[in-house]
Ligand binder design. Sequence first.
Ligand code: E4P
Length: 216
Amino acid sequence: MKFFIDTADTSEIRTAAQLGILDGVTTNPSLIAKSGRPFKEVILEICELVDGPVSAEVTATDTEGMIREGREFASWADNIVVKIPLTPDGLKACKTLTDEGIGVNVTLCFSTNQALLAARAGATYISPFIGRLDDLGQSGMDLIEEIVAAYANYPNIHTQVLVASIRHPRHVAESALLGAHVATIPFNIIDKMFQHPLTDIGLEKFLKDWEKVPQA
Ligand code: E4P
């Protein structure tokens, strides 16, 4: 499974990249707003920091506007992936951009049928938002299971399942068990993935015992 980080905070991205486990970055307009920086400036800095796909989301809602924005973003750096919402206009834009060789991440997916439509439009990635479904009392993980199974029935589908809206480390483990290709993970959850109290206790004991080893 590949790990992307879901943030526009470049200090978080730098730290995660230094861990050596980072394959890419996803952003969205809310995350860009949270960074408090101009969109192009922050996306270009992220593209320098990470040697992998960086999703930059369009804000136009009509096909032509999305295509225009997508082409512009793609001209900024080789590793930009254009993020497009799962609407009829969005999927038309997705088809045009993917036909031009531009990577597209179709976002705001909440159903298997939406994921099938995105695959038909040639999306590079489909982003089902599992945490937001869980928030409604539905099962985000069931959606991942369905999409992975449905895509697996068709060898000509090359769209990668990018699990988004992750809320806790178990979401990542379960996505991997289901065979999702990518998880985009907030920084605080990447941090939690490293943690286990038995690791800390075990390390402390090893170091204490090491002090008893006679020095040569
Ligand atoms: C994914 O691409 C989105 O940016 C993100 O995962 C949304 O997560 P949220 O539901 O926590 O806002």
